[in-house]
Design a protein around this ligand. Structure first.
Ligand code: 5GP
Ligand code: ZN
Length: 117
């Protein structure tokens, strides 16, 4: 069972923000912003490229509700998903990062900027 499936099952503790039958939101263990929350489907899906549109259609209002609960819906926030190796995905259970709580930097970079992508 993957690490996020273990969080869903309660085998690994998480600091929960919101949940319903299909999704769970919890604080990232290693935050990259003043507010850094992960949103996952409870069923195991490897990443964005393997998720179906129906799941995404339900996930969108859930993410919006999480942002409202965190009080960042008006100030603004960023939603990011890392897909696959080059996308920087480390946990292969679909998750959206919700980042906010302060003005976020915006810089895309390549590990070796001298090489063409
Ligand atoms: P990725 O790099 O796959 O997009 O992001 C994985 C995220 O999961 C990272 O931001 C990392 O800090 C977070 N993470 C990894 N293991 C755990 C854990 O056991 N608990 C929590 N709350 N977050 C985790
Ligand atoms: Zn999983």
């Amino acid at each position: 069972m993957c690490i996020f499936c273990k969080i869903v099952e309660g085998e690994i503790h998480s600091n929960k923000v919101l949940e319903n039958d299909d999704f769970l939101a919890f604080h990232d263990i290693n935050p990259s912003a003043p507010i850094h929350v992960l949103v996952i489907p409870k069923k195991h899906v490897e990443n964005f490229h393997s998720v179906d549109g129906q799941t995404m259609a339900k996930m969108t209002p859930f993410i919006q509700e999480v942002a409202e609960k965190l009080g960042i819906d008006k100030s603004g926030y960023r939603v990011v998903t890392n897909n696959g190796k080059d996308g920087g995905q480390e946990v292969f259970h679909l998750h959206f990062h919700i980042l906010g709580g302060g003005k976020l930097k915006w810089h895309h970079y390549h590990d070796d900027p001298t090489k063409a992508i």
